[in-house]
Ligand binder design. Structure first.
Ligand code: FES
Length: 109
């Protein structure tokens, strides 16, 4: 089973099982972590915003234009921000580290 690590807003690190083919959003929610995902992965919100570890960021496939557009609306956007519902766990992403932001724009568009 592949693994990944979430860093909570308070700095706590949580290592979890990360089944291949699951999105980061799914994995966070299955482990009781706070990542809202208000639109359930249909790219209509930015509440699944995650911040990828800088060293890991290049391992991720590029974001689509639609994801980039939605990310622009995310609270606390960073250069390594992604939407958790759009990043799917693969073998290449083993041991990925992502931080959960401390807030988000709770707004559906
Ligand atoms: Fe809404 Fe990811 S859950 S864009």
């Amino acid at each position: 089973m592949s693994k990944m690590t979430f860093i909570k807003p308070d700095g706590t690190r949580v290592e979890v099982d990360a089944p291949l083919g699951k999105t980061i959003l799914d994995i966070a929610q299955q482990n009781g972590l706070e990542l809202e995902g208000a639109c359930e992965g249909s790219l209509a919100c930015s509440t699944c915003h995650i911040i990828v570890d800088e060293e890991d960021f290049e391992r991720l496939p590029d974001a689509s234009d639609d994801e980039e557009d939605m990310l622009d609306l995310a609270y606390g956007l960073t250069p390594t921000s992604r939407l958790g519902c759009q990043v799917v766990m693969t073998e290449e992403l083993e041991d990925l580290i992502v931080s959960l932001p401390s807030g988000f724009n709770n707004q559906l568009f």
